[in-house]
Write a protein that binds this ligand. Structure first.
Ligand code: ZN
Ligand code: ZN
Length: 345
């Protein structure tokens, strides 16, 4: 028996209650993902094996430098995509602290939280994590850790401020910043949005990989644009002027369709050029927006609603809440590094 509930967007086609709109969105997901894979592999192939050797062929050192740079960007793009897709940001992957039975019990109580209490939430939660670490150290080094001590630990008292909510769709108990995704059919921790190019949701554990993917897609796309422009100049004698961006595509299409003066290979290169341009602009926009809300300590949903409840006054704290304690490694190496902190709330 196939369990459609655990198949992400593929399950949309078999789950009860999936309407035509959801199915259309799932198909659109798969098209967007295929487009991304095709464009990335085609552009990389052309840049690496056709354009760089043709443009810099006489200078072996230049070829090597450009090859290394292209491979580095490709590693970042592919690595971060794999990490976004394979990292589970659903509530099944709650941080260890949340899985403590006492927290779940306390959190599940229906309590009314005042706005003032909500404002203190970040500070209180951070304190409890820090002090929890100290308590853990003591437990490891001494005879501490008895039920009596646990009952008195700061965590036991202070995490009462952490609230959960019950999801109407899957009936699960989830932290407040979680939201249910109909396509993924799961509650996502600190959900930001559903990414159509990755066929998955961006949340607490994989947002950093998504942001880095946007950044490297932006760099890679604009690097490819420069290389393609140089190739068009040298191979097809097409110079770039003020209005070339506006005229290149219509002129190429016209020449190919009506005059047969443009060969299909030239049409392909011009097509890739415009695909890289749109892709680079979109990636730049996403990167700017994501970095902005990360520094603000918000998700896209919270920014849209003007919610600043979980934001810290220090931008660096907000940044580390998303990028984790090993952010300086993540930026250069796409590795599955641990995500700490109570960013899920
Ligand atoms: Zn749910
Ligand atoms: Zn989703």
């Amino acid at each position: 028996m196939v369990d459609y509930k655990k198949m992400g967007i593929f399950g949309v086609f078999g789950r009860n209650g999936s309407n035509w709109r959801l199915k259309a969105l799932a198909i659109w997901n798969l098209i967007a993902f295929s487009y991304f894979c095709t464009l990335t592999s085609l552009t990389t192939y052309l840049v690496l094996f056709e354009m760089i050797p043709f443009i810099f062929g006489e200078f072996a050192t230049s070829v090597m430098k450009h090859d290394i740079f292209t491979c580095f960007i490709l590693l970042q793009v592919v690595g971060n995509v794999v990490l976004v897709i394979t990292t589970d940001s659903s509530i099944h992957n709650l941080p260890p602290l949340w899985n403590k039975p006492e927290i779940r019990n306390i959190s599940s109580r229906k309590r009314k939280t005042t706005d003032e209490q909500k404002k203190n939430l970040v500070k209180i939660s951070n304190q409890s994590v820090t002090r929890r670490k100290d308590a853990d150290k003591n437990m490891n080094s001494s005879s501490a850790g008895t039920p009596e001590m646990d009952a008195k630990s700061p965590l036991h008292n202070e995490t009462e401020e952490i609230n959960t909510t019950v999801c109407d769709s899957c009936n699960a108990l989830a932290p407040k910043r979680s939201h249910h995704c109909l396509l993924c059919n799961e509650c996502i921790l600190k959900r930001d949005h559903h990414c159509f190019f990755m066929c998955t949701c961006i949340g607490f554990y994989n947002q950093k990989y998504f942001i880095l993917w946007c950044f490297y897609m932006f760099i890679g796309s604009f690097y490819s644009l420069v290389i393609i422009a140089m190739y068009l100049k040298k191979y097809f004698n097409i110079s770039f002027g003020m209005f070339t961006l506006l005229t290149l595509l219509p002129n190429t299409l016209y020449g190919w369709w009506f005059e047969s003066s443009v060969i299909p290979y030239q049409l392909l290169i011009v097509g890739v050029f415009y695909a890289c341009l749109t892709c680079g602009l979109a990636a730049a926009g996403f990167f700017y927006w994501q970095l902005y809300i990360v520094l603000q300590g918000q998700t896209t949903y919270e920014a849209w609603k003007g919610i600043l409840t979980y934001s810290d006054s220090e931008m660096l704290c907000n940044f580390k809440d998303v990028f984790g304690p090993f952010w300086y490694i993540s930026i250069f190496l796409p590795l599955p590094l641990p995500q700490k902190g109570l960013g899920v709330y």
